[in-house]
Design a protein. Structure first.
Length: 323
């Protein structure tokens, strides 16, 4: 018990230091800031949700005492709460069949456990990403005009005066960046949170501390009503004001969730292909370098949810031979 508490406190201290490093303004601090949930997620997956709770509470308390209440609230909402809840869901399972003990030379059969679906965990990740992005924008103002004005001023200061650039072109560029900034922030949030959870799972699985079977990520599917929620969010995003901005954030996170299921569909549909590695590496390279090909993955994810490409492919694919 003492060991678990010490590990939880160490994870909380590491997470708090990574979160507070953003104050330095160094470029590497941005990477540490985005990886702040990783220590708490590792503690949660390897030593249980209680360890993540202890680490999160200790880290939030330390940040609050050193830097004030805003840092405490920001850490709890963006780091501690998602780390604890997502780790708890990843370990959530229920037995669907009883195991058979060993007897008369017959090997024991472990009970079959149904784990919490990966697609639903991904939906929770999208929800946390949208919530944290909305919370960050609410610190700028409570209405659409105030938020847009604050974003425009911040981007104008960051870009600064540029020689040889017409003032009208610069203003158009700032306006374009202001328009896409909330959606871009939401995409970064869901991407980094998903990456943190995957890395935490890999670390605990490699160390032998992961108390569940590694999921088959190719089978991840979002709940059916997610597509309805995406359509509603896209429609509301045209209303403008703060509701339109928040709807744009929700749309961006759900589209990114469908992009991840699109990658899962790509991994499934290329099974058995001799050029499978070429297809996968090329797709990931195009997405990382160019960015816009992610829209193709969004379309594939939505099409797979609507038409069931993966299910039809696996039904037609002959079963693998059993040794």
């Amino acid at each position: 018990m003492i060991t678990n508490i010490l590990i939880a406190l160490a994870a909380g201290a590491a997470s708090a230091l990574m979160f507070a490093s953003i104050i330095s303004g160094a470029l590497v601090s941005l990477l540490l800031f985005y990886l702040a949930p990783l220590p708490l997620m590792v503690a949660c997956l390897g030593w249980g949700p209680l360890a993540a709770s202890i680490g999160g509470i200790s880290a939030a308390t330390g940040l609050g005492l050193l830097f004030g209440m805003p840092y405490l609230i920001a850490f709890v909402v963006t780091v501690a709460l998602p780390s604890w809840w997502l780790g708890h869901l990843a370990l959530l399972g229920r037995p669907v069949s009883d195991g058979v003990p060993a007897a008369n030379g017959v090997a024991a059969i472990a009970p079959v456990v149904e784990w919490y679906p990966v697609g639903r965990i991904l939906l929770w990740v999208a929800g946390f990403a949208a919530l944290t992005t909305m919370g960050a924008l609410l610190t700028l103002g409570t209405d659409g005009d105030t938020i847009v004005g604050a974003l425009r001023n911040a981007l104008a200061r960051i870009m600064g005066p540029r020689g040889g650039v017409d003032s009208g072109d610069a203003e158009q560029l700032v306006n374009a960046l202001v328009t896409i900034a909330p959606a871009a922030a939401a995409i970064v949030a869901i991407t980094t949170l998903t990456l943190n959870l995957w890395l935490a799972g890999k670390i605990t699985a490699t160390s032998g501390r992961l108390h569940r079977a590694w999921p088959d990520l190719k089978t991840a599917t979002l709940p059916p009503l997610t597509l309805v929620a995406l359509c509603v969010a896209i429609a509301v995003s045209f209303l403008g004001d703060v509701f339109g901005i928040f709807a744009m954030i929700v749309s961006a996170t759900l589209m990114m969730a469908y992009a991840l299921t699109g990658f899962a569909a790509l991994h499934t549909l290329t099974l058995g292909m001799k050029t499978r590695m070429l297809w996968l590496c090329s797709t990931y390279a195009f997405v990382l370098v160019l960015g816009w090909p992610i829209l193709a993955m969004v379309g594939l994810g939505i099409a797979d949810a609507f038409f069931g490409f993966r299910q039809r492919f696996l039904q037609r694919r002959p079963p693998s031979p059993v040794a």
